[in-house]
Design a protein around this ligand. Structure first.
Ligand SMILES: NC(=O)c1ccc[n+]([C@@H]2O[C@H](COP(=O)([O-])OP(=O)(O)OC[C@H]3O[C@@H](n4cnc5c(N)ncnc54)[C@H](O)[C@@H]3O)[C@@H](O)[C@H]2O)c1
Length: 275
């Protein structure tokens, strides 16, 4: 029987996932319901889909549908507000706003809710690669994990980091190191830009030990993530040069593809390498 899906967040990622499901890119799925805090966004998206999809006004309306999986593509706040309720409602959850998961209390609560109800969360690799190598390395000793993220200052605009910083994104005219610290700090200061820091922290040595650097470079037209890992296995370095999603410069297009691929591999019986 087809898995019944709901999407929270009808922006760049949610819309692309909905359209991919609508086109049949992922088999064995029925997209039932769309929810966005700006209802107009959900309405517009529903008109762009061939198959009829319900638009709901509230989270409670979303939960009143008989769903197997909710895809969160909204914000860290949405994860904080809804994740436990979704899992306690007996529904699996895919989380795109991975930064929320570096809140240790929330992470524990989510894991308890999964155990309580026998449900699962999935976290797509998003804008980074190399998660498989990192998880494998973790079986023995990892000495250090460093993420260096380089973006055009325009792609960082709006981040809480700039509330207290002495510089504004529009005043950055040459390459500049903005932040150096833990992944835990990074996801608070750049919540919409650096979910990758959370994804690698969860796969590796945690948010307080994973080091992050954020560099603004006005010459860049790609979002660059460099992941360096050293451990008893040796070392690895992964460099992603991601093009932005056409509708949201903060979001890398590959994050959308990774969400779709996570859905495909969860539902497919195809043999695949690396799973
Ligand atoms: N894991 C990754 O590698 C990765 C990569 C890119 C983006 N992301 C994250 O995925 C999320 C979605 O990204 P996007 O590019 O689609 O963003 P977007 O801004 O284009 O769309 C987000 C949508 O969610 C809605 N929304 C926000 N908070 C909500 C809430 N509490 N309840 C209901 N609706 C809410 C907004 O109105 C908006 O329409 C963001 O949190 C982003 O940081 C993760």
């Amino acid at each position: 029987m087809a898995k019944r899906i709901g999407i929270i967040g009808c922006g760049a990622i949610g819309s692309s996932i909905a359209k991919a499901i609508d086109k049949g890119v992922v088999q064995g799925i029925e997209l039932l319901v769309l929810f966005d805090q700006i209802i107009e966004k959900a309405r517009v998206l529903s008109t762009q889909l061939k198959k009829s999809t319900k638009v709901v006004k509230t989270f409670e309306d979303l939960m009143s549908n008989d769903l197997d999986l909710v895809i969160e593509a909204a914000s860290q706040k949405a994860v904080k507000d809804y994740a436990i309720k979704i899992l306690d409602g007996g529904i699996d959850l895919m989380i795109m706003s991975a930064g929320a998961l570096l809140d240790e209390d929330l992470w524990k609560e989510i894991n308890r809710a999964c155990e309580r109800r026998g449900k699962k969360i999935s976290i797509p690799s998003g804008a980074i690669a190399g998660i498989d190598g990192l998880r494998t390395a973790k079986l023995d000793i990892i000495h250090e994990v460093i993420l260096t993220t380089k973006k055009n200052p325009k792609a960082l605009a709006g981040a809480p980091f700039f509330d207290k910083a002495s510089v504004k994104p529009e005043d950055i005219h040459k390459k500049r190191l903005l932040f150096e610290g833990t992944a835990q700090e990074a996801v608070k200061l750049f919540p919409a830009n650096i979910n990758v820091a959370a994804t690698i922290s969860l796969a590796g040595i945690g948010g307080s030990k994973t080091r992050v650097r954020v560099i603004a470079d006005p010459k860049l037209n790609t979002n660059i993530h460099e992941l360096e890992v050293k451990g008893s296995f040796g070392s690895m370095k992964v460099i992603m040069k991601n093009l932005s999603h056409p509708e949201n410069p903060k979001t890398s297009y590959i994050a959308v593809l990774s969400a779709i691929e996570t859905l495909r591999s969860a539902l497919s019986s195809e043999s695949r390498v690396g799973t």
